[in-house]
Design a binder for this molecule. Sequence first.
Ligand code: NDP
Length: 274
Amino acid sequence: MTRRVVLIGHPVAHSLSGAMQQAAFDSVGIDARYELWDRSPVELADAIGELRGSDFLGANVTIPHKERVVPMIDRLTEEAHAIGAVNTLTREGKRLVGHNTDVPGFKAALDELVGRQKMPRNGVVLGAGGGSRAVVYGLIREGFQRVVVFNRHLHRAEALVKHFGRSAAHMELRAMPWHESIIEAELAKTKLLVNATSIGLVPDESPIPAEIIPPDLLVLDLIYNRTRLLRDAEAAGCRARDGGTMLLHQGAAAFARWTGVEPPVAVMRAALGA
Ligand code: NDP
């Protein structure tokens, strides 16, 4: 029987996960098919219900469902519970288990961005969705001392800060309203900027104007294209990276959880064209 793995999101057409995961299954000889399911929020519960069938190995969950899916899952790993967002599902019989492999993906991307420099201790995160939660959790674990989260809808950033309350008790984790002047003031005090909004998926849109980007920032955009933000940051003299490394490593970790097989990382990287 050909096993199935699906990516559930809205939209999903832009995703490179299909090419990456299919190449991985084929290269290790696992008879599985990776499918893209575009499902709106009202269709999510039915889609999750379908995954309990024996032909499914598991799933990925992406924008905008990573938090919404949490109450629909039977069991969460400790890490997924701590983050409050799920990007990977595995099946134990008819029970679904929620994992978060964005965290190891983000760690790999952060290490690559920082390179041989000293790991910063202050960061600014744009966005407060499922991806942002993995980023903030990663920064807390990395030992950051001050992280400021900006979001269009402030209440979502405030909920994120509240969620991490206990694990962030030793450091300063703050939600701030999305005002250009406040973002500019925070960028002047920080070393790391992470874009975890979906602004930039549409080519030529950037979450912030080029003029407020200081020259010596480390900039990571979770979007895996050369976005306007990355181009502006490089023009300002910053070191900037897209979300390709995070995509690769979250995908490799998901593959390992579905199959129990060592992920063929080189094959997956080649499928991404990286
Ligand atoms: P969510 O839908 O959970 O969150 C989307 C975020 O973008 C929210 O903070 C939302 O703000 C913000 N946003 C969207 N549109 C606008 C807008 N027009 N103006 C201002 N803010 C906006 O998505 P995810 O967190 O799952 O994903 C966010 C991005 O990160 C996506 O582009 C995704 O592809 C990328 N990503 C990449 C990964 C990788 O492996 N490279 C892994 C995870 C995510 P609000 O709450 O106010 O609506």
